[in-house]
Design a protein around this ligand. Structure first.
Ligand code: AMP
Length: 428
């Protein structure tokens, strides 16, 4: 969960919202942290001392501060709660020399991420992501398509309905490709600057692509008139994008193109994608991802191609719950109503066997009258009550009551297991 702050400054980008505004980070050494604080205080104090005596100390301190040595040292030990994990995966790929493994290397992660965002439905300061990355020597478009196909299959298996896939290509960082487009975009934005809100106005200088992310109602008509990146892609990026789309079609994956999908992180290039789901209000993206060739190299590793995604687990669950799919199964499969010491021994064995076979079982620890036990089974929402009394044990015929309709049947132990197995829905 912890990483050096510098990893994200380099990988995600110091100018991005995530790094510049949303990260929890601190200097993890009280001595240096305190020394830095006192240095700053002394710097301020000495400035207000006009005496000649103070000047030598002041000059020394100023020189030290100017050299940046102290700050550099402090920055090297600044640590952060990770806001995302792709940078960490690349860091691990380099540290563990995974370029020596058979390529491509396919990795996944699941875990908490942290961003200082304004909390609202589907947006938390600690949230969970499930992500996967493919790293290796090739950026062949079938890899992009296969990663996306896997995602859509996963969402389908979860029972997520109405998931929509949006794709785009943001080219690569060259004059004849994205850099040229950004210059073009910047010029177009300067012309309409007065009509934009303060956030977008600021972004014209810091990160013009992010203006396209704006959700402000008043800016939508203006943004619609801005140049599209597709018209500025270099030939290779154009071909790559066309092939990704063809590969998706070959796999029967439905997509919609969204020219405004630029994603907020610096490391992305070429393919970007996002998946939205219903029932989430304004925070409706359940997954985001894209290609990041060059990131491993940027972090000091060998030239490596990469593509990956992160699913927002909290939002996925929210969307499933909204559609009634994510309900946690309440109740039990079997409630064992037993009476008598002999029956209890059998009940313990039955509970063990049923649990081993994958059924959820409630075995009351104390003896109860059958009537009370059945009432209890009902309250817990059990599907069946297994009734074990002296008769059942001596006859080796167990009574199984279906609580929904009150019907009862007598079964031998193996028949009972088989019967329950046949009743169990296959999805469980
Ligand atoms: P990102 O790393 O920003 O591309 O996010 C990938 C996915 O993580 C998004 O599509 C969301 O589903 C989820 N996500 C991002 N930020 C948050 C947050 N603050 N709270 C909950 N989920 C989030």
């Amino acid at each position: 969960m912890f990483e050096r702050m510098t990893l994200f400054e380099r990988a995600v980008g110091a100018e991005t919202d995530i790094v510049s505004k949303e990260m929890f980070n601190w200097i993890d050494d009280p001595e240096i942290s305190n020394a830095l604080k006192s240095l700053r205080t002394v710097m301020q104090d000495t400035k207000s001392i006009p005496s000649v005596d103070g000047s030598a100390a002041r000059l020394k301190l100023e020189a030290l501060a100017r050299s940046g040595a102290f700050n550099n040292l402090a920055e090297r030990i600044r640590i952060a709660l990770r806001p995302e994990a792709t940078a960490s995966v690349c860091r691990a790929y380099i540290e563990r020399e995974m370029q020596n493994l058979p390529q491509p290397v396919k990795l996944y992660y699941m875990g908490p991420m942290f961003r200082r965002e304004r909390p609202q439905k589907g947006r938390y300061r600690q949230f969970y992501q499930i992500g996967a990355e493919v790293l290796g020597g090739t950026d062949a478009p079938p890899i992009d398509a296969e990663v996306i196909e896997m995602l859509m299959t996963f969402f389908d298996k979860c029972g997520l309905q109405g998931a929509t896939l949006y794709i785009n290509s943001i080219g690569h960082n060259a004059e004849n490709c994205r850099r040229g487009y950004v210059a073009n975009l910047k010029a177009a934005l300067e012309k309409v600057k007065d009509k934009l809100g303060p956030d977008s106005q600021r972004r014209i200088d810091t990160n013009p692509l992010r203006v396209l992310d704006s959700k402000l109602e008043s800016e939508q008509a203006i943004i619609a008139t801005l140049p599209h990146i597709a018209d500025h892609l270099c030939d290779e990026c154009k071909t790559h994008y066309a092939e990704v789309k063809r590969q998706l079609e070959v796999r029967g994956v439905l997509y919609q193109e969204n020219w405004r999908l630029v994603r907020g992180l610096d490391y992305y290039m070429r393919t970007t994608f996002e998946i939205t789901a219903p029932g989430l209000g304004s925070q409706n993206a359940v997954c985001g991802g894209g290609r990041y060739d060059g990131l491993v190299e940027l972090l000091g590793g060998p030239p490596t191609k990469g593509i990956g995604f992160a699913i927002g687990e909290d939002r996925l669950l929210l969307s499933l719950q909204e559609s009634g799919k994510g309900q946690v199964q309440q109740g039990r499969d079997v409630y064992i109503a037993w009476m008598g010491e002999r029956a209890y021994a059998t009940a313990i064995r039955a509970a063990k066997d049923l649990r081993k076979a994958g059924f959820s079982v409630e075995l009351p620890p104390l003896e109860q009258k059958f009537g009370k036990a059945l009432g209890q089974a009902d309250k817990l929402g059990a599907r069946y009550a297994l009734i074990l009394g002296d008769n059942e044990v001596s006859e080796a015929l167990w009574t199984l009551k279906t609580l929904a309709d009150g019907t009862q049947q007598k079964l031998t132990e193996p028949d009972l297991l088989q019967f329950l197995r046949d009743q169990k829905p296959t999805s469980q």
